[in-house]
Design a protein around this ligand. Sequence first.
Ligand code: BGC
Length: 968
Amino acid sequence: MKAKAEIEKAGIGKKVRAHHVTHLRCEYLETPLGIDETAPRLSWVIESNRRGTRQIAYRLLVASTPEKLAADKGDVWDSSRVESNQTTHVVYSGRPLRSRDGCHWRVEVWDETGKAARSKPSFWTMGLLKKSDWRARWIAANPAIIKRDKEAITPTLTSPGTPAYFRKEFKIAGAVKRATLYASARGLFELRINGRRVGEDIFAPEWTDYHERIHYRTYDVTGLISRGNNVIGAILGDGWWSGYVGWQETRARYGSLENSLLVQLEIELANGKRLTLGTNKSWTCNTGPIRSSDFMIGEIYVAQRERTGWDMPDFGSSRRKEAPSNKIKIEQSLLTSAATFLAWLSAREVKAPVAPLVAQRSEPVRITETIDPVSVKQIRPGVFIYDLGQNITGWMRLRVKAPAGTRIQLRHGERLKPDGTLYTENLRRAKATDVYICKGGSTEIWEPHFTFHGFQFVELTVLPPLGALASSRRVSPPSRRQDAGAPRIAITGCVIRSAMSPAGCFECSHPGVNRLWLNGLWSQRDNFLSVPTDCPQRDERLGWMGDGQVFLRTASYNVDVAAFFTKWMQDIEDAQTADGIFPDTAPRLREGKNFVGLDGLGGAAGWADAGIIVPWTIWRVYGDKRIIERHWQAMTKWLDWIERHNPDGLRTRELGNNYGDWLCIPSDTTFRTHSPMKNLLATAYWADDAAKMARMARELGLKADEKRFQTMFDKVRVAFQKEFLRADGRLTVETQTAYLLALAFNLLPENARARAAERLVENIKSLDWHLSTGFIGVSLLNPQLTLAGYADVAYRLLLRDDYPSWLYPVKHGATTIWERWNGWTEKEGFFNPQMNSFNHYSLGSVGEWLFRHVAGIELDPDVPGFRRIVLRPFIRPGLSFARASYCTMQGEILSDWKHAGGKLKWSIRIPASTTARVFVPSEPGSRVTENGAPVEVVEGLRVIGREGKFLICEAGSGIYTFGTNWQD
Ligand code: BGC
């Protein structure tokens, strides 16, 4: 299992050099190019195995060149020695940063013994900070390229058109010292220079509300440009800008079917000269081999239409290179003719957008791994079903050797029907079909450009049909000797996602639970594509905020999501209405003409509240105060709006689409209806928003706001109790989620909490120890049971595998988290395909509990950012070991316990410059040792006392191994 390997790699006891500074990050990213944050925050990690290592001072040095940095000259910023233990979010305070600045930096730290350590150099660069820095013009394709090309398609509101290719030749008279490329698009770009791809980004620029802001990306292209003739090329696809988004019946959600491009290439020559080359009408355009491409529909690629060498400098002079390699005509409608030889026409300059261009501040979308199919079966002549063994988001890379004109069609689906054919009904209107038409000759390797699919199975159809192809594990059906003309085909799954770094891994003694954790991780990978989406396969793929907020803590344990959610929070604020209503999905889907669906998509409890929960969580987990400062007004406006409409303290009005505890059991999927449960849920979220705001106001030193939101919380809490709490301690609405909300959000008087927890457990018991929570309740379920003293019930829920439970899908082969508990059951088969995704992370939010309470790696309630850590594993029957590793901003935390024969061994690692409150599970009165010695005498530990089955110690950084008696 991967987790094990990861932990061993990081391993407890691993020799870490004493006091070593590493992992330098600027605005959460390693060596980011082209940022537009003018006061970026710098962070680093100190690694040390020595107990109690603490930073007592640092010095930051930022230089304009690597040479200056090496010579110790901080001409951009020299912080001098600062007496401080701060290792994260140190705000740059050097000279004002300007467009294009190169910032080479390093940090030197001193520990409590006075010893210094220096990091290796790192860097970031500044982007184009002023509008006037952009000399390039926005360009679009000349419509004539489509009109004159019989095989090209004009885009319409219902079908995608043929993407345009652009090119520009230029000459460089001297040696190139540095070349930087800035690029943006309304649509998606793929850039090439001299035949090579620029960067590895996919789907750039990423999704924003294009009326509010548009991303640009910065690339270092020094290695791609040379003295003499050069060419820059671009392919422009539809993506979120002009393609299908969500379940909409029409495309062009942002008001235009026309894609446009902005590219600015800045070259610094060795002789000091600077050249700038930007898109303008001197660029030329043409159609190419991509016949059409759309996220939902798929891509059609006619390889015979490739204009070989189009992105190379000598292309213009030797047109013959463009000739198709083979002229065999098989599928007339799709094959090339004179089009291949059509001249390139001038591009059109178009109006620049009004929305500002901003640097993308999160990790780009990339292919992060590839997966070979585990099996292939021929289900009809020429039709094969491949199984990747894992539900992924991405596309298939095709390797084929076949006669020209052979048509290979790939349809994607998450499941198979009982008869072994592909199940696509749940994709709704997403066609998820790619087509490749071979050019013939040697082996062809292809992958799509501007589409993606959510799938585990691929149906591959070859036309004209072939004889039987052999199946093999590597699935490269060889042509049979007697059928020499048959194609050789191999396909590989490419996983596509926002390329964030891994943060944590979890493993325990139960293989099903390990798979459950992995399924959550996969659903996260598959859905964190530019924004956190609900699902990657059907015609939806939206940034649903309820899903995002319930899963955020889990997500943050799995992967470093700080930059990703910082970007998404901007999308959320961009989507807020002038009145203050946060949306239910972000980026906002533009309403207006042709908008079909849930009117307004805003203000729903548990969804819109993500506008407060996201900044709160990013602050708590990463110690990021800036995100709460930046969105303070927006968050305040949201609560002002709720209060205005619900003056009595109960949130019963203006509930938007009112999803309630979405997909709970029995599930209620009627929108916009009211019910006491929905009122309870909305009121509880309002109260919790107010409590979070009061705490964040304290952090920001906003005294009046703190008071105001504390008063708001008190008022809503009182109203909640009046409306929903009965004299006998029961709630008027008796669902699991109702009790969970009341407990988690501190809505009950102290003396009613125990009764509420009892009622919760009675409810679970009455369902024969099954859960009934939906999206909202599920993330609270095991944490609240554990904190209320019912960890045994939480374990019991975790470990059962009959319906409904977390392990039920696992038992039935799930490789991702399903949208609904009953997505498929033995009794009923598939649920109604209208809403039945097999890759929706929300119900997988139990992942946070695995880290927080099973492994026991928890935030301190008072100190954000894991600067102080709580380590407290709850060990209950069913698991004999559990271990987790988690990389925080401060460094890596490990927790690894196992018990057998009445003995417990627990090893932990606490990162340098942090402290932890350690709760050692142990029988009262039993001897607790660390590395064989009684804890009381161990250096670095201070015993504080006992709380039931925990001995409590304070610990400084380092590695500790506890031993004690333990009865299961
Ligand atoms: C989505 C959900 C979302 C919900 C709102 C669904 O269509 O797939 O995940 O949160 O609508 O209730």
